[in-house]
Design a binder for this molecule. Structure first.
Ligand SMILES: [Zn+2]
Ligand SMILES: [Zn+2]
Length: 154
C-alpha cells in the first residue's frame, strides 16, 4: 500500500463586478479570486498550505490580472476616437478609403481632422483597385465598385 499525496491549486471567488479589461479594451465582467495551494491526499484537497494571492479574471477573455487592474480607469472615449473606430469599421467592411473620407467631409469635420482620422483609420498598408484606382484597407480583398481583386498600393 502506498499513500498518494500532492498539491492542487484551488480558487475561491471573493467578489464579482465590472472592470475595464486591458485585453478586451472594454468593460467586462470579472471575478476576483483567491488562489491557494491545497495539500491533497488521494487527490482530495484537505487543507491550504500556501496562499498564492488574489487575481482578477476577465470572464470574456479569461485573462488573469493582478488585483491592481481594478483601479485602472477606463480610457476617455473622445468623439474623434469614436469616429476613427467607425471609419475603420466602414473600411473593414469594404468601403473605399475615398468614400469614408467623403463621409467625414460631409459631416462637416475640419479638413485637417478628416486627414488625421482617415490616416489613423486606414493604417499604413493599403490596397488599390487596378481598374478604378480606389484604395482600401489591407483587410479588404475585392473592390466594392467593380469586384476586381485588389493589389498592394504604392
Ligand atoms: Zn477581457
Ligand atoms: Zn474597382
Amino acid at each position: 500500500m502506498f499513500i498518494l499525496f500532492g498539491t492542487k491549486t484551488r480558487f475561491k471567488t471573493l467578489s464579482t463586478g465590472q472592470f475595464y479589461c486591458p485585453q478586451c479594451r472594454t468593460r467586462r465582467e470579472y471575478e476576483l479570486r483567491l488562489a491557494r495551494d491545497y495539500f491533497t491526499l488521494y487527490f482530495i484537497p484537505l487543507f491550504p498550505i500556501n496562499t498564492r494571492g488574489e487575481m482578477v479574471t476577465c470572464l470574456s477573455c479569461n485573462t488573469n490580472f493582478q488585483k491592481e487592474v481594478l483601479a485602472v480607469p477606463e480610457p476617455a472615449n473622445s468623439p474623434l476616437e469614436r469616429m476613427t473606430r467607425e471609419a475603420r469599421a466602414d473600411m473593414d467592411s469594404g468601403t473605399p478609403i475615398e468614400f469614408a473620407r467623403q463621409k467625414l467631409i460631409n459631416i462637416g469635420l475640419a479638413r485637417d481632422l478628416v486627414d488625421q482620422t482617415i490616416e489613423q483609420a486606414a493604417g499604413p498598408e493599403r490596397r488599390t483597385c487596378p481598374n478604378d484606382a480606389l484604395t482600401y484597407r489591407a483587410t479588404v480583398a475585392r473592390c466594392a465598385q467593380c469586384g476586381a481583386n485588389l493589389v498592394a498600393a504604392g
